[in-house]
Every structure is written in C-alpha cells, then in structure tokens.
Design a binder for this molecule. Structure first.
Ligand SMILES: *[C@@H]1O[C@H](CO)[C@@H](O)[C@H](O)[C@H]1NC(C)=O
Ligand SMILES: *[C@@H]1O[C@H](CO)[C@@H](O)[C@H](O)[C@H]1NC(C)=O
Ligand SMILES: CC(=O)N[C@H]1CO[C@H](CO)[C@@H](O)[C@@H]1O
Length: 275
C-alpha cells in the first residue's frame, strides 16, 4: 500500500515536472527561434559576466568497497548550477520560463574529481543543460569513480570505512567559486552486497587558490560471516521445526494406537462380561 502511494506520488511529480519543463511555453516554435538567435550571439569560450558562483550537490547512487584491491567505488550524479546573465530573457515576451538546451553550446565549469580515477568511460557529461529565464543554468555530471582506501580493520567485521571524494576545477586559479548545495531530496541509494551506505557529509576547502569540495562517504560492513552464521542457524531452526512436527505426529500416532488398544480391550471385556 505504502509503496503504491509512493509510486503514485513519484508519477504525479514526474507529470508535474514534465509539464513544467515543456508545457510552460506559450508558443514553442516562437520560443525556439528566439533561443536560437540568442545562442547564435553567445560565445561559450567567454566567461559569464560578473563573479561566478557554481553550486554543487552530490547525489550518491551507489558506493561500495572492494577489500581485495582496497578501493572504494562511487557512482554519483553531481548537480551543478550557476548564473550566466547572457542566457537570460524576458519570460513574458518569450512566453517561456525555462528550457533544455544542448550543453555543448554553453560555457561550462570544468569541475572534475581530484583524488579519484574515473573507471570505464570518462565522467559522463550531461548532454543537455536546463536554462531559466533569469539566467540560471543547471547541468548534471555523472561520475563513476574509484579511489584507493586505507582500510581501518580494528573493528572488523563491524567496521565502518570513510572515503573522501574531492572535486574542483581542473585548472589552478579557477575562474569560478565553488560551494556545496544541499540536496533537496533524501538519498536514494540502490544498495546490495556487503557494504551499506550510512552517511554522506560535505566540506569546502581551498587548495592552490581554487575551491575544493569534498564529500565523505561512510560505509558500514554488513558482516558476511555473521549473515552466514545467521543463515545456518535459520536452516537449523527450519529442520528443528520439521523434526518437532514429525515428533508431534509420531506422538499423536502413539496416542491413537494406545486409544485403539484400550478400546479393543474395552470391547473384549464387554464381550466377556456379556457372555
Ligand atoms: C507561434 O509563432 C509562430 C512564429 O512567430 C507563428 O507563425 C504561429 O502562428 C504561432 N502559433 C501560435 C499557436 O500562436
Ligand atoms: C518583459 O516584457 C514586458 C512586456 O514586453 C515588460 O512589461 C516587462 O517589464 C519586461 N520584464 C522585464 C523583467 O524586463
Ligand atoms: C573567481 C571568484 O569569484 N573568486 C572568488 C571566490 O571567493 C573568494 C572569497 O570567498 C574571492 O576572494 C574570490 O575572488
């Protein structure tokens, strides 16, 4: 029941969101023409005017530790947003408040992981960015990161490990300031396996004149050995239950037999008595 209402709420949210994304334009073809004209004059190689403050929120999708290689792997989406006044417009005259557009046409902050390697493909880059009429740009970067970890095993198998992932501009003395923005929703982590994500905390620091954002991921080991022991206890409990059922049945049979014998004796006694 609960899951159904969650599903319904999610569906409703999706419908409302997609209406807001596409249904808010009065005349889409008119708006597209205006937007194309604006982007034709736009130079992506030039910095947005004024001080640039890029806000970042990290949405952790999956985190796990590989004991054999002492590495931690993180799958996450980083939501970046900033202001670029060159991309603002009058929502009343254009008949539209926001729009998705190809991100390769825009100036983008070069935020990257500083202390981890991207596994497989390079960091997934959002192909589209969301523009708002007030000049705010939102863009999502996807990370698949692997980082070495010095495992603290004092508390094994109930150990909690902390891994820090740092992000910043690829270039020293970045042209923009970076700060952490809290996620507007709870963590949605798809967990499986040995490690359970318990906490994600963020921090801000400066390194070589550039802002550095750090997210510390805390993972607790789901003691596999204990789980196994628990499993075998359960199995034992299962067979014990089976045995007690058998025993009960045997006992019942015993009593029935006894009753039958007693009954037969009674019948015999009655027969002798009447004879
Ligand atoms: C949308 O704008 C175009 C171009 O300005 C115009 O030709 C068209 O009639 C408009 N459509 C509506 C539904 O207003
Ligand atoms: C947008 O345009 C309308 C009408 O053209 C005008 O009245 C309004 O002041 C403009 N808004 C801004 C923020 O410039
Ligand atoms: C590029 C930029 O805007 N840098 C600024 C970042 O923030 C510090 C202070 O918080 C400023 O001194 C920088 O100029």
């Amino acid at each position: 029941m609960a899951s159904r209402s969650i599903l319904f709420a999610a569906l409703l949210f999706f419908v409302v969101e997609s209406r807001r994304a596409s249904g808010s334009c009065v005349n889409m073809s008119l708006f597209s023409t205006q937007l194309d004209l604006m982007l034709a004059e736009y130079d992506r190689a030039e910095l947005p005017p004024g001080p640039i403050h890029v806000k970042a929120a990290l949405d952790v999708h999956h985190a796990t530790i590989d004991d054999t290689t002492a590495t931690v792997r993180l799958l996450a989406a980083m939501h970046l947003s900033w202001e670029d006044k060159r991309l603002s417009w009058n929502a009343t005259t254009w008949g539209c408040h926001n729009s998705m557009t190809s991100s390769e046409k825009l100036w983008l902050p070069d935020v990257n992981a500083l202390n981890a390697v991207t596994s497989g493909n390079a960091a997934g880059v959002g192909l589209r960015a969301r523009l708002s009429s007030d000049g705010r740009v939102s863009w999502v970067l996807r990370f698949d990161l692997t980082s070495p970890l010095s495992l603290q095993l004092d508390a094994w198998p109930r150990d909690v490990q902390h891994a820090v992932f740092k992000f910043g501009s690829r270039h020293h003395g970045a042209a923009y300031n970076l700060s952490v923005e809290d996620l507007t929703h709870d963590l949605t982590v798809f967990e499986s396996g040995t490690w359970e994500l318990t906490e994600v905390t963020s921090s801000e620091s400066v390194w070589r004149g550039g802002d550095v954002l750090g997210w510390t991921v805390s993972l607790r080991r789901r003691a596999a050995a204990h789980a196994l022991a628990g499993g075998s206890v359960l199995a034992a409990a299962g067979s014990a239950a089976e045995w007690s059922a058998w025993a009960a049945a045997a006992q019942l049979l015993d009593r029935l037999l006894l009753a039958a014998v007693l009954f037969a004796l009674f019948v015999l006694v009655c027969m002798f008595a009447s004879a």
